[in-house]
Write a protein that binds this ligand. Structure first.
Ligand SMILES: *Cc1c(COP(=O)(O)O)cnc(C)c1O
Length: 379
């Protein structure tokens, strides 16, 4: 047991940069020397690599993960009068992107174990106006896409996977992007594949989504000087170069995340006052976040404080669910279908322990020891 106090940060961005500095610097230099910085050859190269990685026909680089969602929804024709179903325990952007189309966000409860959307709650939320399902692969684990696909087929709905958190994850016999119209990715630095700033992408097998999204991201233009109303949301070539270098390492980084998650789960197995993350059998969870829950909501803030005081930068994802945010339901906004006790419990009890590939065994052991120390004294 380490006796001395350690510092355990939440992210390892600089460590990661130093580990592959030569590859990143070479790509940055290549872009700078090329003279082509927007919609240039490096973006094209990265889009091809990203499509190959997902096994999809197309990948479209855009400004960020929120735009990736919103532009996909626009490409699918989602707009005012439509309803889109998702969950409240996700990053705010999932609902925000739906809201931006003018459609109504409809929240259903999440599965009590995975915290992803609970497919058994979806059908009760469907109305004649429902157009779209937006499952979120929360914390790095796929939602139950086989069940979601069945519901979508039965009710003739579109499906867009919000895959900001789970690049490289897999389900039991399905890949991300395979059972939906499109999946979206975020490359903001803290995501599993993160650039030094903002970025995003859409992956799809649908040529129409590809064609429309490409136009939308570039002022509605696919031909010089010809426009329809679109937007400016492109992935810069510099970011594409950084991401191209990092993509080669994502499989090895996912394995490291899984290694640290297994160590946490092993070490914390005897703790009485918390529950550990659930891995759906046969799924490949990539642990964007390692989220434990206190069994009692009153324990969450004291445990978080205890860890922070011990030098461990634990956080909460997400302590305020979307329907608990200021201004809800925002004008044309949103409604909740049924009760959502699981999403509310998740918001009240969640704690994210530090999780990034460059963690050390000493840091993980120290964090386990501190959680167990708190657990023994919890009342
Ligand atoms: C990060 C995130 C987004 C938004 O991505 P940005 O690149 O920050 O715009 C959307 N949905 C989820 C679930 C996310 O975690």
């Amino acid at each position: 047991m380490p006796a001395t106090k350690l510092t355990v940060p939440f992210y390892g961005h600089v460590r990661q940069y130093h580990n592959i500095k030569a590859e990143i610097d070479a790509n940055i230099k290549e872009v700078l020397e090329s003279g082509q910085y927007v919609l240039g050859p490096m973006l094209k190269k990265f889009e091809a690599e990203l499509a190959e990685f997902h096994g999809t026909r197309y990948a479209i680089g855009v400004g960020n993960g929120t735009d990736a969602l919103w532009l996909t929804f626009k490409a699918l024709g989602i707009g005012p009068g439509d309803e889109c179903i998702t969950t409240t325990n996700t990053f705010f952007a999932t609902a925000e992107a739906i809201w931006f189309t003018g459609a109504t966000v409809v929240f259903v409860d999440s599965d009590p174990r995975t915290n992803c959307i609970d497919p058994s709650k979806i059908e009760a939320a469907i109305t004649p106006r429902t157009k779209l399902l937006v499952p979120v692969h929360l914390y790095g684990q796929c939602a139950d896409m086989k069940a979601i696909r069945k519901i979508a087929d039965k009710h003739n709905l579109k499906v867009v996977e919000d895959n900001a958190q789970a690049i490289g994850a897999r389900g039991n016999g399905f890949k991300i992007g395979e059972l939906s119209d499109a999946a979206t990715v975020s490359f903001i630095i803290q995501k599993n594949l993160g650039t030094f700033g903002d970025g995003g992408a859409i992956v799809t097998n649908n040529p129409e989504i590809d064609r429309i999204a490409r136009k939308l991201r570039n002022h509605g233009s696919d031909k010089r000087s010809c426009h329809s109303i679109g937007y400016n949301s492109r992935l810069d070539d510099l970011h594409a170069g950084i991401l191209s270098a990092k993509l080669k390492h994502i499989a090895e980084w996912s394995e490291l995340r899984r290694k640290w998650a297994a160590l946490y789960s092993q070490g914390l197995a005897t703790a009485k006052n918390i529950t550990l993350p659930y891995e759906t059998p046969g799924y490949y969870h990539v642990y964007h976040l390692y989220v434990i829950e206190t069994r009692q909501a009153k324990h969450r803030d004291p445990l978080l404080q205890f860890l922070n005081d011990a030098g461990i930068d634990a956080k909460c994802h997400y302590p305020i669910a979307i329907h608990q945010q200021e201004g809800y339901p925002w004008g044309h906004g949103a409604r909740i279908s049924g009760a959502i006790p699981n999403s509310e419990r998740n918001a009240a009890c969640c704690i994210s322990l530090p999780m990034f590939p460059e963690l050390t065994e000493e840091q993980v052991d120290y964090t386990v020891d501190k959680v167990l120390e708190w657990d023994r004294s919890a009342r």
